[in-house]
Ligand binder design. Structure first.
Ligand code: ATP
Ligand code: MG
Length: 752
């Protein structure tokens, strides 16, 4: 047979090429970190579309995070050209499910204007229910329990959960909570994360034709899919049964969110003809980093062993360092960052550094130290921009504009800015709504109309305020949306709407009053501006690509979303890994602070993993020790060239108790070097080699290595082929300059 050829196959190794071009209906790629799974999956999409001629709108690609989706789309776009990547149905499971529900949800009785309750909203709702009904259960536990019930897939209805619950008394309470919670969501036309998946399963079962066009389904980070996602995958693929999954059981770190490693074997069982492919070369990390990582994961006795060979040289041994306190640890990290960057000349920038944390709570000291040193940083995962008080309020305003019946959102904004409505009045109004089966919005309207039957006592002034500064502006905006919808005009812009809202609320004044410290309100107002920017960007993107549109299916009515608002709100709710600021738009290189969970799938030349002590990793509250070890493994395997682990001897609580080094690391101590990392020339050359390795395969090099090129080089108006050559040339030029300072004897290692 003839070997197939296509530019996307260049630079791939044999196994990767085989995976990209496999003719099998189901393909499962099982391989370790940095072996090019995501790279291969991306190439396979390009291959299927560009070589096999499958229409992009007939391809579903599921990634684990929003960031990963964005990156993959960009890469596919570079290879496909013509903006064809915008037609792919590409995103996280949740965002794809949302898209289907927005388009076809009506057929299963869903009001298409549904809103999304994010993780925080769910917690709040559950907390309130527990309080109201005086349930003696832990709200966080209840939420996890409810979510688990829902993610079980087939048995996700409250009824079946209740049946199970009646077995024990404690479960009875949980069940009541579940029932109330679901009732509350339905009354407010909200879907939580689990509902998005469960309802989509329901839709695809009842209306298989909604995915009748789908030719093939591809899934990254498959090891972290849960039961419902597995069902969804099968249902997406129900007509052609063509599925490609890539995953690594060693990197399964979402068991606490019901992910099931078992799905890996389940697929092989259910699709016995599956073409199983393993990738055995690691292209990411230096040999020293890989050796240490494997030593750690090897401690897991039950694991499925896979080969993973380094393709890079030894490099510098990882560093393990004990510091006195968490703040000393943070200071040390910062001083190392400065030292390494200075040593590297212009080879590395702040963009090349990541600090990966077991939990978001650990970031305080690191942020302080970076701030003191004037090092700019971005925060990813768990530190949500959208959760800041001033942003949350704005989002709640937008949610009420979208769905006036969203009682939770409306209750949150009743007294922001201050309108003289106290906690007890808000509670009274909510109760009034409950007993009269009206929405809070309707109750307020009654009050403002001076309706005598209104029960809750509000002062005249408060009523005037309510009507003047809350209801009227919101009604104005709603009216404009309705008019635009009726007349088929484009509804007015998101940004215009937000700006109008800010002006009508006198929001800047409100911030000044609420946060008198000028630095404080200044920063918050800057955040608001940033939010407006994000909205502007979202709108721009939406106009450029019809990203959320699904192709027309004959015989099945589709609801078209014309407004930007619901999509924007969904985007906000689903961006669980949202960044503080728009990374891409950032010219200035930034150090990344991320949770380990949110760093999955990513890589950086320099990685710090602080707080590797017993109680932090494994975490005191963690149920599954093996999963904690895998978490550490995921963190370490993000590193390409330099890896630092550290821990503070004394805890933050100041009780004089000593921390102990993580038991995962203890047995691997011989893999570390005792003092600082070795940054001699061979090591620097190895760093350069690792960076250089990316070049032929990654045209995105420009964005990942900005310091390599001066901005005035202006490389991008050229064709991709051309650009890649120019980039390589440019890279070599920089490299050569660096090498001029390296003794001749060292050079062959780089060009050999
Ligand atoms: P993870 O398990 O962490 O998600 P992965 O298996 O998805 O890792 P990728 O992120 O796809 O790995 O690839 C790791 C790095 O190796 C990337 O920088 C990628 O560009 C590079 N890479 C992959 N395949 C090759 C190859 N054949 N030649 C050179 N570099 C490669
Ligand atoms: Mg990957």
């Amino acid at each position: 047979s003839q070997t197939p050829s296509h530019p996307i196959l260049n630079g791939l190794n044999d196994a990767q090429r085989r995976a990209v071009t496999s003719e099998a209906a189901t393909v499962a790629i099982l391989a370790g970190p940095g072996s090019g799974k995501t790279h291969t999956l991306t190439a396979r999409v390009v291959w299927l579309v560009d070589h096999q001629g499958i229409r992009p709108e007939d391809v579903i690609v599921a990634t684990f995070t929003v960031k990963a989706a964005r990156e993959m789309k960009e890469r596919i776009g570079k290879a496909l050209g013509n903006g064809r990547e915008n037609k792919l149905i590409l995103g996280t499971f949740h965002s794809i499910a949302r898209r289907y529900l927005a388009a076809y949800g009506r057929h299963i009785g869903l009001n298409p204007k549904f809103g999304i309750a994010d993780a925080n909203d769910s917690s709040e709702i559950i907390k309130r229910i527990c309080k109201r009904l005086q349930l003696a259960i832990d709200p966080a536990g209840a939420r996890a329990w409810i979510s688990k019930k829902k993610s079980k897939g087939n048995e996700a209805t409250p009824k079946s959960a209740r049946q199970e619950a009646s077995k024990t008394a404690g479960l009875q309470e949980l069940d009541t909570c579940y029932h109330e919670y679901q009732k509350h969501l339905e009354a407010s036309n909200l879907l939580d994360y689990d509902d998005l998946l469960v309802k989509c399963v329901d839709l695809l079962r009842k209306f298989p034709s909604s995915v009748s066009n789908i030719q093939t389904v591809l899934i990254d980070e498959y090891q972290d899919t849960n039961g419902v996602q597995y069902d969804l995958m099968k249902l997406f693929a129900q007509h052609r049964q063509r599925i490609t999954t890539v995953g690594d059981p060693d990197q399964s770190i979402y068991g606490w969110r019901s992910a099931e490693i078992r799905n890996l074997w389940k697929m092989l069982r259910e699709y016995p003809q599956t073409d199983e492919i393993s990738l055995e070369e690691n292209y990411r990390s230096s040999q020293a980093i890989l050796d240490l990582s494997l030593e750690i994961i090897k401690q897991d006795q039950k694991r499925y062993n896979k080969a993973l060979k380094p393709t890079h040289n030894k490099g510098s041994r990882p560093v393990l360092r004990r510091l006195k306190s968490a703040s000393a640890e943070a200071d040390w990290i910062v001083s190392e960052i400065r030292r390494v960057l200075v040593m590297s000349g212009d080879m590395l920038t702040h963009n090349d550094v990541a600090i990966l944390l077991r939990s978001a709570a650990l970031s305080r000291h690191i942020e302080t130290s970076l701030g003191k040193a004037g090092i700019p940083y971005r925060m990813v995962g768990g530190f949500k921009f959208y959760e800041r008080a001033e942003i949350k309020v704005l989002i709640d305003y937008l949610r009420v504009i979208h769905q006036p019946k969203n009682n939770d959102a409306l209750a949150n904004i009743l007294n922001v800015p201050r309108r003289g409505i106290g906690e007890s009045s808000i509670k009274g109004l909510l109760e009034e709504a409950e007993t009269s089966s009206l929405s809070l919005w309707d109750v307020l309207t009654k009050h403002c109309r001076g309706d005598r039957t209104a029960k809750t006592k509000l002062t005249k002034q408060a009523e005037q305020q309510l009507s003047g500064s809350l209801l009227r502006p919101l009604q104005d905006i709603r009216r404009r949306i309705d008019e635009a919808n009726g007349s088929n005009q484009t509804p007015f812009g998101l940004v215009e709407m937000i700006e109008q809202l800010l002006a009508k609320l006198n929001f800047q004044e409100h911030l000044k009053k609420k946060y008198p410290d000028p630095d404080d309100h200044g920063q918050r107002w800057a955040n608001v501006q940033e939010f407006v920017n994000l909205a502007a960007e979202f709108e721009r993107d939406m106009r450029r690509s019809n990203e959320d549109e699904l192709p027309e299916i004959e015989g099945l009515d589709q609801t078209r979303e014309t407004e930007a608002l619901p999509r924007f709100l969904a985007n906000v709710a689903l961006a669980s890994d949202a960044q503080t600021k728009d990374d891409e738009g950032q010219r200035q290189p930034l150090v990344t602070i991320s949770t380990i969970h949110a760093a999955k799938g990513l890589e950086w030349p320099i990685v710090f993993v602080p707080a590797v002590y017993d109680g932090s990793i494994p975490h005191t509250r963690a149920e599954d020790g093996d999963e904690e070890r895998r978490l550490l493994y995921v963190a370490m395997t993000r590193a390409q060239s330099l890896l630092y682990l550290s821990w503070p001897l004394f805890g933050a609580n100041g009780n004089g108790e000593r921390n102990q080094l993580s038991p995962f690391i203890e047995p691997a101590s011989r893999f570390f070097m005792s003092k600082g990392p070795c940054l001699d020339r061979p090591v620097m050359a190895e760093i350069a080699r690792i960076l250089r390795r990316k070049l032929p395969s990654e045209r995105l090099i420009y964005s990942s290595l900005p310091a390599m090129f001066s901005p005035e080089d202006d490389l991008f108006p050229v064709e991709p082929e051309e650009a890649s050559k120019v980039l390589e040339h440019e890279f070599d030029r920089q490299l050569r300059r660096y090498l001029e300072e390296v003794p001749r004897t060292k050079r062959p290692r780089l060009y050999g």
